[in-house]
Write a protein that binds this ligand. Structure first.
Ligand code: MEV
Length: 432
């Protein structure tokens, strides 16, 4: 690859970029068409979102069903490539007694790192004595935020011991309402820097949002009864047994960070899918949630859900994690699919979206644990895989389910078997 050909790439028109790319990588006509086909994200909008745009990239857009959260029914948009995730979330929600949630106010943290002060402890005290004046200055940045009830709330500080010496870490706490908050926070921390530098006599090395949003958490809780769990296995496994196995799986995640990572990955299958569907910053959400998984247990990476039995012996599931999802700003305006997702969700504000995300995370985690400790995770994947194979082998809409099921039962999930089953079904219907 000749990188020279990409110099000044950003100055080119989209068409020119596509041509350069196509030429450099000898793209086939079909591949070129992928770049020039406008899917549901208009390429002109994509060009406003990132640099060097040459095309758009589509992913499946599905909806998870059966969610009742704080007594309200939701259809939840999911965008992801992995089979079984949407089905698993929908099934977990169906088996649950509905989710009850609690969300913090949307407070985000902006960090300002002050270097080069003579006596950091005394300087920090001086800065905090001027808190009122500093917060007032920060407030000037975003009058719209203040109008909607948000704005700077507090200024905290501590001394960090780093290899190059003591640094004053300031944390500006801002209620960002329905935004993700990065823009407001970054602008505010930059705005208050001159006052802080004047008071401290030091230099602000960094002014940036922290993704570890410990003040913006969401909690969700639900119950899965032993009766429903037993029925879901058609009585093959006792409800009590399933519950004991799930609790044991959770306890293993508490003991093993290797398992906790995968346990939390299951949670993120749902939360990321919703984050992407609503046009939110999935890297920020991921960074916040995984760092919180370590922060909450003082550095030990831990599971973000918890399971125990209630007095009836039913399974209680709980989740608590920071959720930094916005319902305004960001890319939702540019990406019609994100706007559509928010419309489908019908959420009033970012807190409601956070309560949905927490519920989805809990449902997804429960679904994964239940599958792993009973049938194994591959069984769910197999169904979708078998359906895809049936379609590829030429099964018609009304034949797909039967072909998939027969393939799974025969434990021979491949195209040749799919073709054989289709032939059998058709021969049989000819003879009838
Ligand atoms: C796969 O995407 C997610 C799981 O591995 C989660 C888990 O193991 O809990 C099934």
């Amino acid at each position: 690859m000749d990188s020279k050909k990409f110099e000044g790439f950003y100055k080119k028109t989209i068409k020119e970029r596509q041509e350069i790319l196509a030429k450099e990588f000898s793209l086939t006509e079909e591949e070129k068409k992928l770049l020039t086909t406008e899917t549901n994200l208009p390429i002109s909008n994509a060009d406003k979102m990132i640099e060097n745009v040459v095309g758009t990239y589509s992913l499946p857009f599905g909806v998870a069903t059966n969610f009742v959260i704080d007594k309200k029914e939701y259809l939840i948009p999911f965008v992801l490539e992995e089979p079984s995730v949407v089905a698993a979330a929908s099934n977990a929600a169906k088996l649950s007694n509905g989710f009850i949630t609690k969300t913090d106010e949307p407070i985000m943290i902006g960090q300002i790192m002050i270097t080069g002060t003579q006596n950091p402890e005394i300087v920090l005290k001086k800065i905090l004595e001027s808190k009122k004046e500093i917060l007032k200055e920060a407030e000037k940045v975003d009058s719209v935020l203040t109008k909607f009830g948000g704005g700077p709330r507090d200024l905290k500080g501590e001394i960090l011991n780093t290899p190059t010496g003591k640094i004053i870490e300031l944390q500006l706490l801002v209620d960002v309402r329905d935004a993700m908050g990065a823009n407001a926070i970054n602008t505010m921390t930059e705005k208050i820097t001159p006052i802080i530098e004047k008071i401290s006599g030091g230099k602000a090395l960094m002014r940036i949002i922290s993704n570890l949003a410990i003040y913006r958490k969401a909690q969700a809780k639900t119950i899965w009864t032993k009766q429903k769990l037993e029925e879901s296995t058609k009585g093959k496994i006792k409800g009590e047994e399933i519950i004991d196995r799930i609790i044991q799986a959770y306890e293993i995640a508490v003991s093993s960070p290797f398992r906790a990572a995968t346990h939390n990955k299951g949670i993120m299958n749902g939360i990321d899918s919703l984050t992407i569907a609503t046009g939110n910053d999935f890297r920020g959400v991921e960074a916040g949630i995984h760092s919180y998984a370590a922060y909450k247990e003082k550095g030990k990476y831990s599971p973000l859900t918890k399971y125990y039995k209630n007095e009836n012996g039913d399974l209680v599931g709980e989740i608590e994690l920071p959720i930094t999802l916005a319902t305004i700003g960001g890319t939702a305006k540019l990406n019609p699919m994100a706007s559509l997702s928010l419309k489908i969700l019908g959420v009033k504000n970012s807190k409601e979206l956070a309560s949905i995300a927490a519920s989805v995370g809990l449902a997804q985690n429960f679904a994964a644990l239940r599958a792993i400790v009973t049938t194994g995770i591959q069984a769910g994947h197999m169904k979708l895989h078998a359906r895809a194979l049936a379609t590829q082998a030429g099964a018609k809409e009304n034949e797909i389910e039967q072909v998939a099921e027969e393939m799974i039962n025969s434990k021979e999930i491949n195209q040749a078997n799919a073709e054989k089953i289709i032939k059998k079904i058709r021969d049989k219907s000819l003879n009838n």
